[in-house]
Ligand binder design. Structure first.
Ligand code: GCU
Length: 857
């Protein structure tokens, strides 16, 4: 009895002081935290659902669950309709091509009507989100999806790893099979449905070759079952060699009759197991995947064979436009990977079956921080198309940096390509309205996000990264929904309605793309990340002199790809009005300058600044802004739950340090290659820094870092002694409180330990346990592993001895070996050394004044 009373009191206390309750982020934006109930007092507490399909049942149950949790009174699903209930119903006579719902409310009644069961569910989620955001219930609201395809692509492999996944292992697959427990897969489908996503392709576009065996198909049926109550249809990526690899045929030539028959049989088999199967995604003739080119056949030949097999079952083929030669000759000034989409597909326009959709990456290269819009969107007026974006932030910070990508996607969707001299923004093209069918109806097309959510409790590792998935769903439903409204809703649902929290989070997220772009690759040159390995930290020249075609052409006399008519001719692949804009230096926007032009470093931008000085200034400004996230976030302590507060604080601290790594690598490289100094004298001059190699070393030895611009002075100190090593220096700084940042390398191998001491007294200890770094395995000291630890508020006086002690991890364990991910994609890291040890590496320390902003220097 006593315990029951105490528990009741505790429960009430927890409810009232919600921010004290720890949350692991798994609820994402569906937390249903309590809101002031008074404005919703007249909302009926009985929910009547007319239909009894699984999706409609989910809708009713979700309403009951959400409203009960938020409004603190009980809502239930009833079996009898009455005046004075919330009613969920199919709208009569509505067209079912695109999902559409209405919400109508009077004082005593609320009616959600959808033209499909899914649409009813979307209406229910919308009502819940309006209440969660403490907005009034609409008297009347109508909403229709912009396009039929609103899918995520998950790049999960059957072995449980996820290509370019940064939030843990797969929740679909493990050890070559579909997982037994699909609770989380089903929870994911619920999340997707809550933002209108209706399809999920569960496996890697670099598909496992044995994906389509009959045994596996039975397992996928369980996955489809887990998705179904949420109206999410399962799709699969297939490898075009399957007739050979699985079917044992001597060929996979798409026009061979035995191959055609094999696909038909395979598709029929799939539909007997999964009657609502959505279709196939195909990556072929790209990055080492085989395809129709092997037999002199076209993408249309291959896509159409699959499409004809799927058509009777209403399935679709999403054939990827990401087809390019990754063995380009970098010496050839005319060679250009960006041309590949148009060169490979435009000639087949109009030759695809009606259920083929060409899935086109937003830009012509590969999810860079800034690229122009892919010209292929304008080159296929007689073909269905969908846009592919990447929520998983492969080149944009891998869910360790906060980057709100809907800002970028909106910019892409709004870009007017002026096809046929008309207003043809990308959003009108992918929703099929710019080039309708002969009947006048929009072409079927849509939106795909490579999302790669994983087993991390909060799905995408960075709590802020979930805003990308949320925003994707919202833009796919309505590409015109104002960005600030999308963001505001996500913030309120995720972090609560406290005005300071909402203001602070919205402001940070809104500028985060620009900030990230500002400290990474400038002026459209590409992200400048390590393109041969993990795509995470800076490695500028990894783009050059290889077959991948992400060249930046950085030379003594200038930088940038000449893609004008005199260069590769890429600019001319756009419709004439847009081509002319990019072709001319006078009209090419500054933020795409180096994508289209090779210019000297002192080229004057439209702003009047020289390119080189703008690069220096933007990098300093943006790295500083990234450092301010942690400061702004600290004002929210106690206003959000402690667990997620700590997670975000740690990630923002990491970003603050890594933004400096980026800033320094890029600025140092540009200063070296251009020979033009920063007119503010900041680059490579760091008055607050103490280089590790200048400290008194006991055991520590210097080592060159490659590329050199990813370490201060190009060097670090490493310790090869099991017992540990030290670096010391006598400080001459004026007496006072200081923040001390230690720049070290947290390789994804062992776990080194560090300690900071003043006059022999321990001040701070930490482990390089790569808690903040991506999951892939990188044993190198470089821009990916350079990490910062900051100790705050240390009292220092002149003559004090500062000592850094590092204890390396010299074990070579099997566990570490197991962490090496073997990627089926062609972009697997080169020169992977079999070196699993970590030598407690240190780059430098910074003594900065004690203050809210991490010492920048
Ligand atoms: C990028 C990515 C690969 C992926 C490819 C694709 O190149 O790094 O891992 O396979 O895109 O989209 O197919």
């Amino acid at each position: 009895m006593f315990f029951a009373v105490r528990n009741a009191i505790l429960a009430t206390a927890l409810l009232l002081s919600y921010p004290c309750v720890a949350e692991d982020g798994s609820a994402a934006w569906l937390r249903y935290a309590p809101v002031p109930a008074a404005p919703y007092a007249s909302l009926p507490s009985h929910i009547f659902v007319h239909g009894d399909s699984p999706v409609e049942r989910s809708a009713g149950a979700e309403l009951a669950r959400g409203l009960t949790a938020m409004l603190g009174r009980s809502f239930d699903v009833v079996t009898k309709r009455s005046e004075g209930s919330i009613e969920l119903t199919l709208a009569s006579g509505a067209s079912t091509t695109l999902e559409s719902y209405t919400i109508d409310s009077t004082r005593r009644h609320l009616r959600i009507a959808g033209n499909t069961p899914q649409a009813e569910l979307y209406g229910a989620f919308h009502l819940l989100e309006e209440i969660a955001a403490a907005r009034p219930i609409p008297a009347h609201e109508a909403s229709t999806a912009a396009a039929p395809v609103r899918w995520t692509n998950e790049w999960d492999n059957l072995d449980g790893s996820i290509e370019r996944g940064y939030a843990g292992q797969s929740f679909f697959f493990e050890k070559g099979h579909v997982r037994q427990d699909l609770t989380r897969a089903s929870a994911y489908a619920r999340l997707l449905a809550s933002v209108g996503i209706n399809g999920c392709n569960a496996n890697n576009v670099n598909a496992d070759l044995d994906l389509l065996t009959s045994d596996h198909l039975k397992e996928y049926a369980r996955l489809a079952d887990a998705f179904r109550p949420w109206g999410v249809r399962l799709a699969l990526s297939v490898d075009l060699t399957s007739p050979q690899a699985v079917g044992g045929l001597p060929t996979f030539d798409p026009l061979d009759p035995t191959v055609i028959a094999w696909w038909q049989r395979k598709v029929d088999e799939i539909y007997t197991l999964i009657p609502d199967f959505a279709g196939f995604t195909v990556k072929a003739d790209s990055e080492g995947r085989k395809g129709p080119a092997q037999y002199g056949r076209s993408p249309a030949d291959a896509a159409n064979v699959l499409a004809r097999a799927l058509a009777p079952h209403h399935g679709v083929v999403l054939y990827r436009g990401f087809v390019y030669d990754n063995h380009l000759d970098w010496r050839d000034p005319k060679a250009d990977r960006a041309r590949a989409g148009v060169d490979n597909f435009a000639k087949y326009d109009g030759r695809f079956e009606p259920n083929v959709i060409i899935q086109i990456k937003e830009g012509p290269i590969d999810f860079q921080a800034r690229e122009p819009v892919n010209p292929l969107f304008a080159a296929l007026p007689h073909t269905n198309v969908a846009i592919e974006v990447q929520a998983s932030q492969e080149y944009t910070g891998q869910q360790r940096h906060m980057v709100w990508l809907p800002s970028m996607w909106r910019w892409v969707l709004d870009t007017d390509l002026r096809a046929e001299g008309r207003h043809t923004p990308v959003k009108e093209i992918v929703t099929g309205r710019a080039f309708p069918l002969a009947s006048g109806a929009p072409r079927p097309g849509g939106f795909v996000s490579v999302t790669n959510a994983g087993l991390d409790a909060n799905w995408m590792h960075h709590p802020m990264a979930m805003a990308n998935l949320y925003g994707f769903g919202k833009l796919a439903w309505n590409p015109d929904e104002p960005l600030d409204r999308i963001l505001d809703t996500w913030t309120r649902l995720t972090w609560g309605n406290d005005p300071l929290v909402v203001r602070t989070v919205n402001a940070m997220q809104l500028k985060s793309w620009q900030v990230y772009e500002g400290y990474t690759g400038p002026n459209g040159v590409g992200t400048l990340t390590n393109i041969l390995g993990y795509h995470f930290g800076p490695d500028i020249e990894s783009a050059e002199r290889n077959g991948w075609g992400q060249w930046i052409r950085g030379e003594k006399n200038g930088i940038g790809m000449d893609r004008t008519a005199a260069g590769t001719g890429y600019a001319q692949l756009y419709p004439p009005l847009v081509a002319a804009r990019y072709e001319s230096l006078a009209t090419c926007p500054d933020d795409l300058l180096l994508f289209f032009h090779h210019v000297p470093y002192d080229h004057k931008l439209h702003t009047g600044q020289t390119l080189i000085q703008s690069i220096y200034d933007t990098h300093y400004k943006s790295a500083r802004e990234a450092g301010e996230y942690a400061v702004a976030w600290s004002t929210l302590e106690g206003r959000v739950d402690p667990e997620r507060y700590r997670q975000v604080a740690a990630l923002f601290n990491f970003q603050a340090g890594h933004a400096i790594v980026w800033r320094d690598a890029i600025d140092t490289w540009f200063e070296r290659i251009s020979g033009i100094a920063d007119d503010k004298g900041r680059v490579d001059r760091h008055p607050l820094r103490i280089e590790a190699e200048s400290m008194t070393a006991t055991g520590y030895e210097p080592i060159d870092v490659t590329p050199s611009e990813t370490a201060s002075g190009g060097k670090a100190m490493v310790c090869r002694n099991d017992a540990g090593c030290t670096l010391s220096t006598v400080l001459q700084q004026p007496a006072g409180a200081y923040d001390i940042a230690v720049q070290y390398f947290d390789t994804w191998a062992g776990v080194s330990n560090y300690e900071l001491l003043v006059n022999g007294v321990s001040q701070a200890r930490w482990s390089a346990a790569d808690t903040l770094a991506p999951v892939q395995f990188d044993p190198h000291l470089d821009g990916q592993t350079s990490t910062r630890y900051t100790a705050h508020h240390l009292a220092i006086k002149p003559g004090d001895t500062l000592t850094l002690r590092g204890v390396p991890d010299l074990r070579e364990t099997l566990k570490d070996r197991g962490r090496q991910t073997v990627e089926p994609g062609a972009m697997s890291p080169p020169n992977q050394r079999r070196d699993y040890r970590e030598f407690a590496p240190i780059d430098y320390i910074v003594l900065g004044p004690d203050g809210p902003l991490t010492p920048q220097d």
